[in-house]
Ligand binder design. Structure first.
Ligand SMILES: [Fe+2]
Length: 281
């Protein structure tokens, strides 16, 4: 992993200090909540939704993996119906298509999730609505030069780009060649900012906040709401202010023991998906 760097490295250089004025027309800067990798963890999602509300974010974009691993897939989809949009992650891929690239434990959790979404006790209308919602999820959203996807531009739902891979110049150059300006992703559950000069800045190296400079490219991993893997048990998400180009990583405590107990009570979900919640990895 790259050495920690001060926040200044990502600050807009003084000579380029021309950015959009957020006070145009008297408007307050727009705040967008970016969430990913919820993994059927309703305790984590509820805590994050509260924090999003407290932060005054106007809308929610979800970068995929609503389901898989955890005990509450239906609750995730019910919530997601209220958001601006959601994308398809590899767990939705596995549910809708095939889980051939999944390890047996993850595939088992997907099969249990499928049984929940087909629950004969539930209203058939709601089951249909949920499957239609999942089936319609795109794997990419673009807003000008900003792209949103689950994994990587080379393979939008599946490719892992881990922090240590900044040392893989060929891979990183190809990833960045497909990014016009900024790409937001999730998937690895390891939040942080990749820069074109082959560096990775975890949130703690940025004091959780970064102003993205003009004229440079960024690949920003927003972390995981429902199964953090950076040795921090708290749910992770991002508040994105596109006018001022500010990315803020948020960490939110939630009752992970409650989620763990739910997982342990479901025989078809391997225990380790609960156990890892208390170590955050
Ligand atoms: Fe995930």
């Amino acid at each position: 992993m790259a050495a920690e760097r001060p926040q200044l490295d990502l600050e807009l250089p003084a000579r380029l200090a021309v950015h959009l004025d957020s006070s145009q027309d008297g408007d307050v800067a727009r705040k967008i909540a970016l969430i990913s990798d919820l993994h059927s963890n309703t305790e984590a999602l509820e805590a994050v939704l509260k924090d999003i509300h407290a932060q005054g974010a106007d809308e929610i974009y979800c970068l995929g993996d609503l389901i898989g691993y955890g005990p509450n897939p239906r609750e995730m989809i019910r919530q997601a119906l209220n958001w601006r949009w959601s994308l398809r992650g590899n767990h939705e891929d596995a549910l809708l298509f095939l889980a051939l690239d999944f390890n047996p434990d993850a595939a088992q959790a997907i099969e249990w999730t499928r049984s929940q979404l087909n629950d004969p006790q539930a209203q058939r209308d709601e089951n249909h609505r949920m499957w239609n919602f999942l089936g319609d999820l795109p794997d990419l959203r673009e807003d000008g030069e900003i792209m949103y996807l689950h994994a990587s531009p080379r393979n939008r739902t599946k490719e892992y780009v881990r922090p240590h891979e900044v040392q893989d110049r060929e891979k990183m150059e190809e990833v960045f060649s497909m990014i016009r300006r900024i790409c937001f992703c999730g998937h690895t559950h390891e939040p942080g900012v990749f820069t074109e000069d082959m560096k990775f800045y975890p949130p703690r190296a940025l004091a959780n906040k970064a102003k993205l400079a003009d004229g440079r490219k960024y690949y920003v991993n927003i972390g995981s709401v429902g199964q953090p893997r950076d040795r921090d048990t708290r749910a992770c998400y991002v508040i994105w202010d596109p006018e001022n180009m500010i990315v803020e990583f948020r960490r939110v405590e939630y009752e992970y023991r409650k989620t763990m107990e739910k997982i342990f009570a479901i025989k078809q979900i391997p225990r380790r998906f609960g156990e890892r919640l208390e170590v955050g990895r």
